[in-house]
Design a protein around this ligand. Structure first.
Ligand SMILES: NC(=O)c1ccc[n+]([C@@H]2O[C@H](COP(=O)([O-])OP(=O)(O)OC[C@H]3O[C@@H](n4cnc5c(N)ncnc54)[C@H](OP(=O)(O)O)[C@@H]3O)[C@@H](O)[C@H]2O)c1
Length: 315
């Protein structure tokens, strides 16, 4: 039986542990819930990053109000725009600078929502949604890991769709799926984009754990969580389902945040969860469910090389 994260966290405090957390997408939705829960538990330093310059400063006040009384939470807001490689590299540099020499204990990535079935090119000629959802997660995890920005035994969490979906015919020369555009309906494009995102992010997560075993990299599927996402952003065939689900089944970001924060902050989490690195909203594991494409080490190796090339890193 998986642990009950909310119940377990009632006995957890981070006060005095000098932990630094970075939450990308840390105002709205899942990221916002995670940042606020960490503040409640007494995390020493929280750095939130999004592209919402105005909301960031306001959210810092919320975090300080939630922190335990008389606990000197240090909270920073970094405006970042992860829509292209220039923005991703600038974000990694700013995050490392803000975290300082003691490094990042918890790196949470929860940027952007679902794909749209459309392609909108960014400055690098990649699909913007793919760039934010996938390339930026690779870029931040890779750059912060290899530049020495992580503290010893750091934990990296990426919140996205249900791991294990596979786009079996994914070509690393067509990661933005431009070749499919025009030959497929918006609905099929949406399905392919969702599967592509899972395939890429599962593969990246596998490689991170393999290459840097001194850290732990997790992928989390949150189920349905209320937030700023709007049913209107989804393709027609999903609008009604998403709307109904958000009104009936969805939990709040605060409720969901117990799961990721349990993984980050509970002293028991590593022992209880073992070597698994993929978890759903009830802490059920999915490591054995990786898709066909991401299970192939040759595919992952080729993708790793390609993503490094995309973000301008030499071999
Ligand atoms: N909510 C759900 O039910 C659900 C279900 C399954 C999976 N997920 C996955 O969970 C993750 C987070 O989803 P969510 O619902 O929490 O989304 P959300 O409420 O839309 O929050 C996404 C965050 O990403 C930030 N962001 C967007 N574009 C950015 C950019 N160019 N640069 C920097 N930050 C940017 C947003 O900042 P601004 O608001 O300032 O733009 C926001 O803080 C996504 O991968 C999503 O697919 C969510």
């Amino acid at each position: 039986m998986p642990p009950n994260a909310a119940a377990e966290l009632q006995n957890v405090s981070l006060v005095g542990q000098k932990k630094t957390a970075v939450v990308v997408g840390g105002i709205n939705g899942n990221g916002g819930g995670i940042a606020r829960r960490l503040a409640q538990l007494g995390c020493s330093r929280i750095i939130i990053c999004t592209d919402d310059e105005k909301g960031g400063e306001k959210e810092l006040e919320v975090l300080k109000r939630l922190a335990p009384k008389d606990w000197g939470l240090v909270a920073h807001f970094l405006p970042v725009d992860l829509a292209d490689v220039k923005g991703m590299r600038a974000a990694a540099e700013a995050i490392q600078g803000a975290a300082g020499d003691s490094g990042i204990d918890y790196l949470v990535m929860s940027q952007i929502g679902a794909p749209t079935g459309l392609i909108k090119e960014n400055a690098d000629r990649h699909d913007t949604s793919f760039a934010i959802q996938c390339i930026s997660r690779f870029a931040l995890a890779y750059l912060l890991t290899t530049r020495g920005a992580l503290a010893p035994e750091a934990v990296v969490l990426s919140v996205y769709y249900h791991w294990g979906h596979s786009l079996d015919d994914l070509s690393i020369e067509d990661l933005s799926l431009k070749r499919r555009l025009g030959t497929q309906s918006t609905t099929n494009m949406y399905k392919a984009q969702t599967r592509r995102d899972c395939t890429v992010l599962d593969s990246v997560n596998e490689e991170l754990n393999f290459r840097y075993p001194q850290y732990r990299y997790y992928c989390l599927w949150p189920g349905l969580v209320t937030g700023d996402f709007s049913a209107s952003a989804f393709p027609t065939y999903l609008k009604a389902v998403v709307w109904l689900g958000s009104k009936t089944l969805a939990v709040t970001p605060e409720q969901y945040s117990n799961v990721p924060v349990y993984i980050l902050a509970s002293p028991d989490a590593q022992r209880t969860l073992g070597p698994d690195r993929y978890f759903d909203h009830n802490l059920n594991s999915g490591t054995s469910m990786l898709g066909k494409w991401a299970s192939d080490a040759k595919n992952r190796e080729a993708l790793w090389k390609k993503l490094k090339e995309i973000i301008g890193e030499k071999e």
